[in-house]
Design a protein around this ligand. Structure first.
Ligand code: OAA
Ligand code: MG
Length: 215
């Protein structure tokens, strides 16, 4: 855990997020299963760390949590292939892709971008860092999210629609990933409305755990 990448939040230039990468989540919101990875981006201003509160953006009436496994890039990656994609991973984290669902619904209807729904300040509460060697197989870990002590999301990563090498190959055909950038690999089912006063604990079973409060 002594890697300099533990400070990845200060190195990151962007957070690339994958949407609808778990079938049960795509279906719970009535969306189609994607045929290719669906990407969007959060700016680095969306990061918050433990001790900072989760706050809904102005006007949002339906803030949702989405727990996601984050891949932290360890080596600049441009147009890489699946075969060596894992070599570009410096480590892993777990984050919440906080989503103003009402803003997103409005954007979907208007065919407008999701920026307001996904990248407002504080929309990416982020946990600790694990070096890549601590997770030999990132497709065999359990993601979880508890709200007020009760399980809300719990899922093994082996059911991702597009695996991590596929996501990195696809992403880097279009966007260079810099050291410290985070790729959030999508959320499983169980997203729900978050309210002031809630306590959200999330992580990777037996490996990472974070706790945030909602203001
Ligand atoms: O907002 C959504 O439902 C898409 C998304 O981020 C995810 O699937 O993780
Ligand atoms: Mg998400």
């Amino acid at each position: 855990m002594s890697s300099s990448l533990a400070g990845f939040r200060n190195l990151a230039t962007k957070i690339v997020c994958v949407g609808r990468n778990y079938k049960d989540h795509a279906l719970e919101l009535g969306n189609a299963i994607p045929k290719k990875p669906m990407l969007f981006v959060k700016t680095v201003n969306s990061f918050i760390v433990e001790g900072e509160p989760i706050v809904a953006p102005p006007g949002c009436q339906n803030l949702h949590q989405e727990v996601e496994l984050g891949v932290v890039i360890g080596k600049r990656a441009s147009k890489i292939t699946k075969s060596n994609a894992m070599d570009y991973i410096g480590g892993y984290t777990v984050a919440l892709d906080m989503t103003a669902r009402d803003f997103q619904d409005e954007a979907k209807k208007a065919g407008a971008p999701w920026f307001m729904a996904k990248s407002f300040d504080g929309s990416c509460p982020i946990g600790g860092f694990l070096e890549a060697s601590a997770i030999p197989d990132p497709h065999d870990v359990e993601l979880y999210c508890k709200i007020n002590g009760k399980d809300q999301q719990r899922c093994r990563t082996n059911v991702m629609i597009f695996d991590i090498p596929t996501l990195l190959e696809y992403t880097t055909q279009f966007f260079t990933l810099e050291v410290g950038d985070v790729v959030l690999t999508g959320t499983p089912a169980g997203v729900t409305r978050i309210n002031p006063g809630d306590v959200i604990e999330f992580g990777l079973t037996d490996k990472l755990e974070s706790k945030f409060f909602v203001k």
